[in-house]
Design a protein around this ligand. Structure first.
Ligand SMILES: *Cc1c(COP(=O)(O)O)cnc(C)c1O
Length: 528
């Protein structure tokens, strides 16, 4: 292919995408396929000679569109939304078209600097703390991670490293105040010798474990497993599965605290349970190091109250990370900002603009109150990555799991400039209206009840006076029918259905349509 062919074929692909969007209402949100179906559509052997574009395009419907789950179908009410603007589709083309990789400032100054600027726009638009801004003179900073899960893992590793350092510092203080040790270590100084002192006096003093002094096996200073082996972190039992996975990946212990109904009637973390758990764990010899707060849980959009939790964390020396993957985008609308009250006191924060924020996957901004220390923990100074401006330019590689990164901020730049934040706010308010509207109509006839009050774009409901298994049968039947798509959840052994409004195409008429389908299927299943 040459550039001329890219021009002509590229335009055709844009046409195909536009046609797809125009065809949406003719489709069903869920495809009718079974695992392994692709074997019938794609030959087992790779092609031996190039095929022409026309032949390939002809396969698109059966290989790509027909077996896809259509996340922006107006009758898709599952999970949480997969945000979208056409602007971000265009920006993704541009990012691929440029095909530069921006791990350090030097590796692509445009990627780094536009990202910094766009994140400051988002801080401004969402009313987030000024100290998160990249342009703020303090040590705060923002970065676009590829997912909420990445952000959470990085937050856990950062909290773990911060506690490792504090633990080691406290040991240094103990050693310094112990005259007997000073006697036989007259040349005490910071740096490498400090590390040797710690090795001898903290880790190897009374054990038969192997010596950790070998020079060919490296024990990472900030990530020393001997130090964090008894660390424990906390989150609500409604926290996202990526928090648990993050704890596994970080090799730290964790404790899930049982949610209680909070001030909005949804399930969130109980501050008293946190206080009690920290005390209990200290008494048992564990070292509490972190709390992950969720604002907008996946199950019921429950809210852990930042304002009531951060004072406990401050008193107990816990790092606080807030995961607001879904709800965070709603802070674009001023009336929802109370959900984040207290966010100025947290150490880090993430939200997924690729959920309700209308920016195509992937775009997961994360902010640190103090990004300077965080970036120290991941700074592997390979000589081929060094550059002249590394002391003054931002090197995003120090704050993320991968090295390489694409030009994600272009999606924000296009969307915010040509579409505007007000349009995103209109969309968000639309989803909130529809969720409230649906909550009203689903409880007509007393067949269904709300499980918790609707919040943001989510309504949780269940069949009244029916068992969990009846509700489960209903959910399965709805998805087998395929005219609408919803997913269920359970909280403390109660099964319920979730109706998450996400597609920008969804209207109140679609909510009425969904209600009719749900009633029809329920009536068929549970004939009196
Ligand atoms: C979706 C979600 C996540 C995970 O986000 P990914 O970007 O898919 O990794 C984490 N937390 C909450 C509350 C979520 O809703």
């Amino acid at each position: 292919m040459d550039a001329e062919q890219l021009r002509s074929e590229g335009c055709k692909v844009i046409d195909i995408v536009a046609d797809y969007w125009e065809s949406m209402r003719k489709r069903r949100p869920l495809p009718d396929v079974k695992p392994g179906f692709m074997n019938q559509l794609v030959s087992a052997a790779p092609p031996t000679a190039p095929e022409d574009w026309k032949t390939i395009y002809e396969d698109l419907e059966k290989v790509v569109f027909n077996p896809a789950t259509h996340w922006n179908h107006p009758h898709f009410f599952a999970y949480f939304p997969a945000g979208l603007t056409y602007h971000s589709i265009m920006a993704d083309i541009l990012s691929s078209g440029l095909s530069s990789v921006g791990f350090s400032w030097m590796a692509c100054p445009a990627i780094t600097e536009l990202e910094k600027a766009m994140l400051d726009w988002v801080v401004e638009l969402m009313g987030l703390p000024e100290h998160f801004k990249n342009s703020h003179p303090g040590p705060g900073c923002g970065i676009i991670q590829s997912s909420g899960s990445d952000s959470i893992l990085i937050a856990i590793l950062t909290a773990r490293a911060a506690k490792v350092i504090r633990f080691l510092n406290s040991k240094v203080e103990e050693i310094k105040s112990s005259p007997s040790i000073f006697q036989w270590l007259p040349n005490f100084s910071l740096g490498k010798s400090l590390y040797n002192i710690l090795n001898h006096n903290v880790f190897n003093s009374n054990t038969d474990r192997p010596s950790y002094d070998s020079t060919d096996v490296i024990t990472p200073f900030y990530h020393d497993p001997r130090v964090f082996q008894n660390f424990v972190m906390y989150f609500c039992d409604q926290g996202h599965s990526s928090i648990e996975k993050g704890a596994w990946l970080a090799g730290v212990r964790y404790r899930k605290l049982k949610a209680i109904k909070g001030y909005l009637g949804n399930y969130g973390l109980d501050p008293d349970a946190l206080r009690k758990a920290v005390q209990e764990d200290r008494d048992r010899g564990y070292i509490p190091f972190m709390l992950i707060v969720t604002v907008g849980t996946t199950s019921s959009c429950g809210i852990d109250e930042i304002e009531r939790l951060t004072p406990i964390c401050k008193a107990e020396g816990l790092y606080v990370h807030v995961d607001s993957a879904y709800a965070g985008s709603y802070a674009l609308c001023e009336e929802n900002r109370y959900l984040l009250n207290g966010v100025e006191n947290v150490d880090s924060y993430n939200t997924n603009l690729h959920k309700a924020g209308m920016i195509n996957f992937d775009c997961s901004p994360m902010w640190f109150k103090n990004g300077t220390y965080a970036s120290r923990y991941y700074n592997v100074d390979a000589i081929h990555l060094a550059h002249e401006y590394q002391s003054t330019g931002t090197d995003y590689r120090h704050l993320e799991i991968p090295l390489g990164r694409r030009f994600r901020s272009l999606k924000l730049w296009f969307t915010l400039r040509n579409w505007g934040a007000d349009k995103i706010k209109d969309y968000l308010r639309g989803t909130m209206d529809i969720a409230i509207f649906f909550s009203k109509i689903i409880v007509e006839d007393q067949k269904f009840e709300l499980f918790v009050p609707p919040i943001l774009g989510l309504c949780c409901f269940r069949l009244r006076n029916h068992s969990n298994s009846d509700n489960e049968r209903l959910c399965t039947a709805i998805n087998r029918d395929r005219r609408i798509h919803i997913v269920p959840s359970t909280i403390h052994s109660i099964f319920f259905l979730r109706f998450a409004v996400g597609s920008p195409m969804t209207t109140k008429e679609d909510a009425v349509h969904a209600k009719k389908i749900i009633f029809e299927i329920a009536n068929n299943l549970f004939k009196k």
